[in-house]
Design a protein around this ligand. Structure first.
Ligand code: ZN
Length: 260
């Protein structure tokens, strides 16, 4: 076990923000954390995530096309590319995938939904969970997971939906993951959900290099700050850091069951 016993279930260590000190940082983090899951956002970053997972025992990869990058998909052969990577022993999920209605320049909603459903189908074929990104698309995401999607395990990363939506997701056994935003002063709504989620469906993450927790908000984020997310969550949930570290690391290994 690492110093904290925590798992960062979502960090983009392939990001250019880590180009200068990636190896130094990961060597340090290997003693701090039990593990890190690095999701891919397109073909290149998915490959990079796998490279990092091959180099570092405690790093695991997910592969997928993020809704912000869907314009770069030439044709449906992108799914063959993902399938070839999904069989890698350290690829533990398909992600991050989802819907992003925030950016005007993203693909239209129908295209985003189609690509999401295709990648969920792929996850089912390989019996992998999915890591879901949902930005300003709560209604459509909920509808998809209530009506169209059956038999897939999922985590809603950096959860930003309502408490009502969280209840619907929890009812279906989906996981909710919390990061730096749950420490922000104006995030009372996120903390209400953080308080509500059952122990066995809770995950922590950083989404590094973005969304840095308090008191480092505005600076570059890194997985070492999972500790700040967990400490804050312990306070919100009225429990201890140690209990939550053990519980959330157990949850990671149940959801991402290729991690031993
Ligand atoms: Zn992310």
């Amino acid at each position: 076990m690492s110093r904290t016993g925590l798992f960062d279930s979502h960090a983009h260590m392939d990001s250019e923000y880590f180009d200068e000190d990636r190896d130094q940082l990961l060597t340090f983090l290997s003693k701090e954390l039990d593990g890190i899951i690095n999701p891919g956002c397109d073909e290149i970053s998915s490959r990079f995530a796998i490279e990092l997972a091959e180099k570092y025992d405690f790093v695991y990869a997910a592969v997928g096309w993020h809704p912000e990058n869907l314009k770069d998909i030439a044709d449906n052969s992108y799914l063959d590319g993902l399938a070839a990577m999904a069989v890698h022993p350290k690829v533990v999920a398909i992600g991050e995938i989802g819907l992003d209605y925030y950016w005007q320049e993203n693909e239209p909603k129908d295209v985003q939904k189609r690509r999401l459903l295709e990648q969920i189908d792929l996850a089912k074929q390989f019996d992998l969970p999915v890591i879901i990104h949902d930005r300003d698309a709560h209604g459509d995401i909920l509808e998809i997971f209530q009506k169209e999607v059956k038999g897939v395990r999922a985590v809603f990363h950096c959860y930003s939906g309502s408490l009502e939506m969280a209840k619907e997701l929890v009812k279906r056994g989906f996981y909710l993951s919390f990061g730096g935003t749950s420490t922000y002063k104006n995030a009372a709504k996120v903390r209400d959900v953080l308080q509500y989620v059952p122990d066995d469906l809770l995950l922590f993450e950083t989404d590094s290099p973005y969304l840095t927790p308090v008191p480092y908000r505005g600076k570059r984020n890194h997985p070492g700050y999972t500790e700040l997310v967990a400490s804050n969550a312990a306070q919100v949930r009225g429990t201890t850091f140690e209990v939550l570290a053990a519980q959330t690391t157990k949850n990671v290994k149940i959801l991402f069951n290729k991690i031993k």
